[in-house]
Design a binder for this molecule. Sequence first.
Ligand code: GAP
Length: 516
Amino acid sequence: MIQEDFLKKLISHSKEYGFIFPSSEIYDGLSAVYDYGQYGVELKNNIRQYWWNAMVRLNENIVGIDSAIFMHPTIWKASGHVGAFNDPLIDNKDSKKRYRADNLIEEYRDKLQDKIDKEVDKAHKRFGESFDKEMYLSTNPKVLEYQSKIDVVNTRLVNALKNDDLNELRQIIIDCEIVCPVSGTRNWTEVRQFNLMFETKMGSVDQEASTIYLRPETAQGIFVNFLNVYKSGRMKIPFGIAQTGKAFRNEIVARQFIFRMREFEQMEMQFFVRPGEELSWFEYWKEKRIRWHKALGFGDDKYRFHVHDKLAHYANAAVDIEFDFPMGFKEVEGIHSRTDFDLSQHQQFSGKKMQYFDADLNQNYIPYVIETSIGLDRTVLLVLSASYAEEKVTNKDGSVEERVVMRFPPALAPVKLAILPLVKKDGLPEKARVIMDSLKLDFICQYDEKDSIGRRYRRQDAIGTPYCVTIDHDSLETDTVTIRERDSMLQERVPVNAVRDIIAENVNMRSLLEKV
Ligand code: GAP
């Protein structure tokens, strides 16, 4: 399926089946803001719980907090967000459309890469089995020309971003003859910096009110509580503080569904270590986090590390975990070695000593920090896109139909089981209700007696319910039911009193946590 078509399908499936709705839809929506529906919220909560359990429950030296979204405005000066949390913007004077200058250049570079890929495909078809890709890439004049353009643009882009050189960014756009995708012209403005933080006022009277910001990341709430947690929890280094919650960014180019939103959730953990030991902890967390991803079972080849070309001035190592989204490989999580930058800045701006007393070394120091930072909504998109499947199904009567099935890992599925009386009479609904009332104490269950059993299975497949429990006439005689498994569609007859344990065994988060 073409990638763009796949994303469109996912968006419409998410809406039709109650996962994700555009925000304020009856008022024509609000750009890059989304609401989670009845199944989306369960999926999101399960992903959050998987992360929380893996970070907080499984690690005795990591604790969680929940800090406020509103924070003292000086925090954002200390963190550098007031001065430097910017994107470089450029406008096209004809279309009046606004773009991120670096994105325009990246797209240009990606198009050159596409051209190389097309040349390789063509040559592969022409030469068949004897095709030597390495040789072709290193000798074909057309490919070499494209590659040299890519290399030049890459070097210029990295240097321009490193040096915050806005004129050079514009010059690259001019030199590469990049046109506005809407007007098709090269009539560009200067490049300007645009701060991504949302501002609001705190206080009742306008004159007295002070400007505060909606937090653009959850991490600073952890840094400013470092002393509180360290002291009240009698924490010993190395230790971590985790939290999940909303963050807000006035993204200029917000698109690709819930990949880039203006209001989103992060799951972040700051791990405080002895100075000098940070790079080995960085490696430790890199490996641990990729294991968390791979345990979901979507395929190891769907993930890769991307080492940052440009390190932030306070970082001494940074890597992204990228996933093969419908739009290609993109960042889902960042792992950063942030040195003592944040705590030192808060020490300087607040005047409070942000130090740890290391009894083993008999020494005070500002700890170094390894951060793991993953977008919750982006992980929802990851899980939705990796789980979506279209299949042909042959019915008992030989007819073939198509089903859309969300192959969620059972522990993440919004609804764990559906209770389906075969017919709406003969005492089957009553029996089904008794089973439902007992199982809903343990799992999110759904009762459905409407339409044919086949249609009901299709509805459960579309929301990714791993098990359907069917109550038929034999159930009344023998106190048994059939359990149908979503992926294999196999059915097994089991005693009613065994259902709870069978489902519990298979939808438990334990099997995921054992792998991380
Ligand atoms: N504290 C570090 C930090 O915030 P980041 O790379 O800016 O780092 C971390 O963000 C993660 O948050 C990203 O990997 C991504 O998954 C998610 N994220 C960032 N901006 C986002 C947005 N506009 N919409 C959805 N998720 C976003």
